[in-house]
Write a protein that binds this ligand. Structure first.
Ligand code: TYD
Length: 207
């Protein structure tokens, strides 16, 4: 039987990495065949594209080029890692996927939903996740947790607006596809979030 495809989404600092670590331990303990992978990256060519995308040397990259490179890296990653594992019946857990492009490129960069959906057509048509877990934590809350409640003023630093738009974008995506995208309250303790993640995955017959 074909494996299930699960993606995790959230703003920077949302606690996504902690949940992925907890899930990794759980799946290993339970001996559930799985792979963990990430976007952008997860293969030779996609990791090379990741370097181009995340390098501080490429500040002049246009928003359109950025969106196309994320989409290109995605197509290669699906073929290199996701498809083979699904075909072997493994659970595929991916750290970020097409919803990141919708939140970051379509909403936060302002490229619009139609353009980003169009260039991600291959992923959206052929590899829509069985379930997407969105760790719902606002950038303000994430910042407060990291730096303490008294330092909120630093949120005014350049970049805060962008992250607010990413968060708003995620909320739109979740609203548009409530059956696929499940919101988990990121203000809970890591263990409480993980309990909820497990419950969702069991409900969706992913575990
Ligand atoms: P990474 O260091 O992996 O961040 P995180 O640990 O938060 O996942 O960097 C990935 C960055 O790429 C992150 O800031 C979100 C961004 N991104 C997009 O803008 N669009 C996309 O389609 C994807 C997959 C990621």
């Amino acid at each position: 039987m074909r494996g299930k495809f699960i993606t995790f989404e959230g703003c920077d600092g949302s606690g996504k990495s902690t949940q992925l670590r907890l899930l990794s331990n759980y799946l290993t303990e339970q001996k559930i065949p799985h792979i963990f992978t990430r976007e952008p990256g997860g293969g030779k060519i996609s990791e090379a594209i990741r370097e181009i995308l995340l390098s501080g040397k490429n500040m002049e990259m246009t928003d359109e080029c950025e969106a196309l490179l994320y989409a290109a890296s995605r197509v290669q990653h699906l073929s290199d890692r996701v498809e083979p594992a699904l075909a072997e019946g493994k659970l595929v857990i991916c750290d970020r996927y097409v919803d990141s492009s919708l939140a970051y490129q379509a909403y936060a960069r302002g490229l619009g939903d139609a353009f980003v959906r169009q260039i991600n057509d291959f992923a959206l048509k052929n590899y829509l996740p069985d379930v997407t877990i969105f760790i719902d934590l606002s950038p303000e809350e994430a910042f407060r947790r990291k730096h303490g409640a008294d330092q909120n003023d630093r949120l005014e630093l350049a970049g805060a607006d962008f992250h607010d738009r990413v968060y708003a974008g995620y909320k739109e995506v979740a609203k548009a596809e409530p059956n696929r995208v499940v919101c988990v309250d990121g203000k809970q303790t890591p263990n409480a979030i993980f309990e909820e993640v497990l419950r969702i995955l069991k409900d969706r017959n992913c575990l």
